[in-house]
Design a protein around this ligand. Structure first.
Ligand code: GLY
Length: 376
């Protein structure tokens, strides 16, 4: 982009490749989530973020053909076999987990085992569908006796591509039908008129009626969690790409305009866009990265007259993340981009690199370098 300082896009892509190669020597085929004190903390394979490191390895492998990276990514995928029968631990984030492992591998290599795994994961995701409320249930109980069966969350928009993919490769439209019905529920119950979103909606699981809105990872039920807005922006753009329903495109644009209108001067969002003065305004670089990658997709879905608006907006966010948030030459930091906020209300992983921030940042920069095919 002219005015943003030289060919930063290829420079950034090259630094991503270098750093992933270096960090890979320690992480190998494990499952990082948040980098605390400079080292990525590792999580079990059942944790919702398990797909992002292998996804990052596949993004880089696509360019370098480095067999070591492919080997680690495949090993991560194989380890997910151990959790695919763990009904209690798995939730709607099956989509994140298997899209960036099995679907990514299938798209890049045509591997049939990966395709079968992806389809099995899609079946499990469909099994969480509530036919009365037309939503995919988010989680299982966190505590014994807790009833979570009515909860749905905005994040699930990014899980739906697994279902669209499953319909495409199997020829069976049921997966897509469920994805479309959940998306329609999101339009009706999550996306607000101003383009901000509800994080959690509780439905009555028997009747399907909306019962309440919960703040979740946002500050409050009526605040505006920035990563939730990014999930909506990107997820609705993907839904439009798969289905062609203009309402989804409009919803993606509405979320995009709200997101962009609320960015601070450095183009990287606070963790919530609607915070009282007394609450700490930490950045969430992961929300910026996810929104930026989604904006680049959106720019390819709209008409000529709007294309540059979204392209430039996505590029500006990525540029700022690269210049102002990157940990490129820091040997004491494994994360690619600093200052993510995972869960402020619960005080978890605040102001640290997050593996999904790294993934979406790399995905966005890969798009700027000509890799426009997405794993989603
Ligand atoms: N899907 C959980 C999160 O965005 O933190």
């Amino acid at each position: 982009m002219r005015g943003l300082g030289g060919d930063w896009r290829s420079e950034a892509w090259s630094k991503i490749k270098d750093k992933v190669g270096r960090t890979g020597l320690r992480i190998r085929d494990a499952f990082p989530h948040a980098s605390v004190g400079g080292s990525y903390q590792l999580e079990p394979a059942s944790w919702w973020t398990a797909g992002f490191w292998p996804g990052l390895l596949w993004l880089v492998y696509r360019d370098t053909n480095d067999e070591q990276l492919r080997h680690w990514a495949e090993s991560c995928e194989e380890q997910l076999d151990r959790v695919i029968t763990d009904y209690v631990k798995l939730d709607h984030d099956i989509g994140f987990m298997w899209t960036l492992t099995s679907v990514a591998r299938y798209r890049l290599t045509g591997d049939e085992t990966a395709k079968r795994r992806g389809l099995l994961a899609a079946n499990l995701l469909c099994g969480r569908y509530n036919t009365r409320g037309r939503y995919i249930r988010a989680w299982n109980p966190w505590q014994p006796g807790e009833d979570n069966s009515g909860l749905a969350i905005i994040d699930c928009m990014m899980n739906l591509p697994l279902l669209h993919w499953a319909s495409q490769v199997s020829g069976d439209p049921r997966y897509k039908h469920i994805a479309v019905e959940h998306t329609d529920t999101v339009l009706a119950h999550f996306i607000r008129p101003d383009g901000s979103v509800n994080h959690i909606v509780r439905f009555d699981p028997q009747t399907g009626e909306q019962a309440e809105v919960l703040g979740g990872q946002g500050y409050a039920p009526d605040s505006a969690w920035s990563r939730g807005t990014a999930w909506a922006l990107y997820g609705m753009a993907l839904a439009y790409r798969y289905v062609g329903d203009k309402r989804y495109l409009e919803a993606s644009k509405r979320a995009a305009h709200f997101f962009l209108a609320n960015l601070p001067d450095d183009h990287v969002p606070y963790w919530d866009f609607r915070l009282p003065e007394r609450v700490a305004k930490h950045r969430d670089s992961s929300a910026g990265a996810c929104a930026a990658s989604g904006l680049l997709l959106l720019s390819r879905l709209v008409g000529e007259e709007e294309r540059l608006l979204y392209r430039r907006a996505g590029e500006r966010i990525l540029w700022s993340l690269y210049r102002n948030y990157g940990a490129w030459d820091r040997e004491d930091e494994e994360g690619l981009i600093l200052h993510g906020t995972s869960h402020y209300p619960e005080g978890r992983n605040i102001d640290v690199p997050l593996i999904y921030g790294d993934y979406y940042f790399a995905e966005g920069v890969a798009q700027l370098n000509g890799y426009e095919e997405l794993f989603w």
